[in-house]
Ligand binder design. Structure first.
Ligand code: TK8
Length: 339
């Protein structure tokens, strides 16, 4: 569909008088500029998802709602952009849920290592009552959550040696997200984790301030971590969701029609983003091989040892985040696995 055509059609529906035109032509849609920022690059599935979001919003609003996209932490990292949303200085961001634990601690349940076995399980929990319950805690902090997109399963890279068994984590300086579950889990494995905002990671790896980092394959490729990290271990140790966030100060100014456009676009673009991200996994693995990364699998036996070592961390945080919520999630996962 052509945006101009849509606007013309909406204009007809908006009814006759010249004077009323400015407010009613598009049925309660005002001219607005929406700044949307993310930490990852335009070529990453998240960047492509944000582009899709922009297209949908501009099309459905007949060009009245204009989305300006900023990639690669141009507006700041996840935490900074989230604060900008709270203050009404930026309209949209799509951060990893992990650095949001300072705002809504319950997001931390998704940081439990080896929680989800596959994307299907993640979708069911995130798009179901548990995911919703957590998004519902955002408005009291000045944020609106329109759903979850996918960052994905994380894998470890480093510049020291292949990591294939638990002992290989010993003493490795690993950059983690700003999230205490991640920090404590890596400590439990004998590593030496340090939290850091995402946009600082490449330099920290290059200067050897840290030995390694962990992220999904698409990010390892898009951010060129392979240039400074010879070793990649397919640990798949945790799944990270993205949360699609809107500033509540901005949201409260919108008409129902405008809200619906943004809500529907966030969901539709999110489906597209998840799909792209899943296709990208295998492509990125091939590309990282071609970039000469030394890639190793981690056996199920070693994964079980790692899981046992981080279990006390999970138990401790389950108490902190709410044992009922964690039980509800584990019950849902059990149910999915028994099907
Ligand atoms: C990008 C971050 C990033 C995350 C991280 O803004 O910090 O490692 O995985 O992708 O959200």
């Amino acid at each position: 569909l052509i945006p101009g055509l849509l606007a013309a059609v909406a204009g007809c529906g908006g009814g006759g008088s010249q004077t009323a035109q400015s407010t009613t032509t598009a049925g309660g849609i005002k001219e607005r500029v929406i700044k949307a920022g993310i930490g990852l690059n335009e070529d990453h599935p998240e960047g492509q998802g944000l582009k899709k979001f922009k297209e949908i919003v501009e099309q459905k609003s007949g060009g009245k709602l204009k989305v300006q996209n900023y990639y690669a932490a141009q507006l700041g990292d996840d935490q900074k952009m989230t604060e900008a949303l709270k203050g009404g200085l930026q309209e949209i961001t799509v951060p990893s849920t992990s650095p949001l634990v300072g705002t809504v601690k319950e997001f931390g349940i998704f940081d439990f290592p080896f929680l989800f076995n596959n994307e299907k399980e993640a979708d069911a929990v995130l798009d179901g009552p548990i995911g919703k319950k957590i998004l519902d805690k955002l408005p009291e902090h000045g944020l609106i959550g329109l759903g979850y997109w996918e960052n994905g399963f994380r894998n470890l890279t480093n510049s020291k040696h292949p990591v294939a068994k638990m002992e290989d984590f010993q003493g490795l300086k690993i950059r983690t997200m700003q999230n205490t579950v991640h920090l404590d889990a890596f400590k439990a494995l004998g590593a030496n984790p340090t939290p850091m905002a995402f946009s600082e990671v490449y330099n920290a790896l290059e200067s050897k301030t840290v030995d390694g980092q962990e992220n999904p394959l698409a990010t390892i490729e898009s951010n060129k971590f392979y240039e400074v990290q010879p070793y990649l271990s397919l640990t798949n140790h945790v799944y990270t969701p993205f949360a699609f966030l809107v500033s509540k100060k901005f949201w409260d100014q919108l008409s129902d029609e405008e809200k619906k456009i943004l809500q529907d676009a966030a969901v539709e673009a999110g489906k597209y983003e998840r799909q792209l991200n899943r296709e990208q996994n295998q492509k990125s693995l091939d590309n990282l091989k071609a970039k000469n990364m030394k890639i190793n699998e981690v056996s199920n036996e070693e994964k079980a040892r790692i899981q046992a070592a981080v279990k006390p961390v999970i138990d401790q945080y389950a108490k902190k985040f709410g044992e009922d919520l964690v039980k509800e999630m584990n019950d849902q996962l059990k149910q999915i696995r028994s099907q």
